[in-house]
Write a protein that binds this ligand. Structure first.
Ligand SMILES: [Zn+2]
Length: 151
């Protein structure tokens, strides 16, 4: 599920299944989440959606969306609570920069999927899920060229 439109439509379908109305704030939040795969913080969302909804509305909406299984909360280090859609087939494997806090998808998650298979085989668990976070220093911060670094 790659395009923002597909992800948005999936989320709206889930909302209907959960018998939740597609209110204007929900619409805005789901669009914002569908537009990017990396988890986004409440503060970022509030900045992006300043006209559409306030932080309290976003917070309440996230709670409902989590209960409905549409959104996952990812707690990345001490940065903040971030949120992302749980669209089918999408993984939660991230690289997080300790300096600037940038979050990117892990480029190759094959070894982690392999590990998950091994864990399933050895533990007898079924339907495993996982969230992986690697912390380090991103290439921009290593080159000391990242303008976000010394905020
Ligand atoms: Zn960085």
């Amino acid at each position: 599920m790659d395009s923002p439109t597909e992800r948005y439509e999936w989320a709206v379908g889930c909302l209907k299944d959960a018998q939740l109305r597609l209110t204007r704030p929900r619409q805005c939040i789901l669009r914002a989440l569908a537009n990017q795969k990396a988890p986004v913080s409440l503060e970022r969302l509030a900045d992006d959606l300043e006209e559409a909804c306030d932080v309290a509305t976003i917070y309440r909406t996230m709670h409902r969306l989590r209960q409905a299984g549409i959104v996952r909360q990812v707690n990345l280090a001490a940065h903040c609570a971030c949120f992302t859609l749980i669209a089918p087939g999408e993984r939660c494997d991230y690289l997080v920069c300790r300096d600037c806090g940038v979050i990117t998808d892990l480029p190759d998650a094959e070894p982690i999927l392999e590990l998950e298979k091994q864990v399933a085989a050895r533990s007898g668990f079924r339907a495993l899920e996982h969230e992986t976070e690697f912390y380090g220093i991103c290439p921009d911060c290593q080159r000391n060229t990242n303008p976000l670094r010394h905020r």
